[in-house]
Design a protein around this ligand. Sequence first.
Ligand code: AMP
Length: 219
Amino acid sequence: MIDLVFLGPPGAGKGTYAKKLREILGIPHISTGDIFREAVANGTELGKKVKPIMESGELVPDEIVNKVVRDRLSKPDCEKGFILDGYPRTVAQAKALDEMLKDMGRELMWAILFDVPEDVIVQRITNRRVCPKCGRIYNLITNPPKEDNLCDVCKVPLIQREDDKEEVVRRRYRVYMEYTFPVVGYYDSKGKLQKVDGTIGLDKVIEEVLKLVDKDKVS
Ligand code: AMP
């Protein structure tokens, strides 16, 4: 099973890499941020609870996130593996994930850290635009849409996520360093951590991840 966790600061490219690898590996990309954004858009109970937290750049409480992930991992499409993106974000969540996997009789293959310096992150996030229809991610500088501010596929105007605005980005980076950076140490101490340089470009990053996955005998 290809059970993977993607780690890295907001803007490290985790979502972009996961979307590409989802197709290559045939396993789902599970982004807790996407799940929450969808709940907010649909106005569900969960959405109402998490909306103000997300808009401020703070973290949703562990028990809420853990339940969402436990439910999601029990779906049949996770049978061959999964890519978790944006989870775990605290050491408590990492421990909860270990428990979930143990209960399901499976084990994490790798936690992969995408290393990217802070100045590159700020540049990337504040120029990030998303298609509200299909979720494709663009960057106005490094990966602009073909037509000005329109999705290449859906042709609808791209949007900037509320939490991609500069002030919130700074807050999210601080939250990452405080709560999520210790998760890197947690996986390192368990011999489960792999690092990939997140500045080498999409194709090379994908190659590196595929090497890590191939190294193991995938069942
Ligand atoms: P993301 O798209 O992963 O950057 O997530 C957007 C926002 O959703 C975060 O800033 C948090 O408010 C919330 N969120 C997503 N995943 C988690 C998580 N694992 N733990 C706590 N909050 C989360």
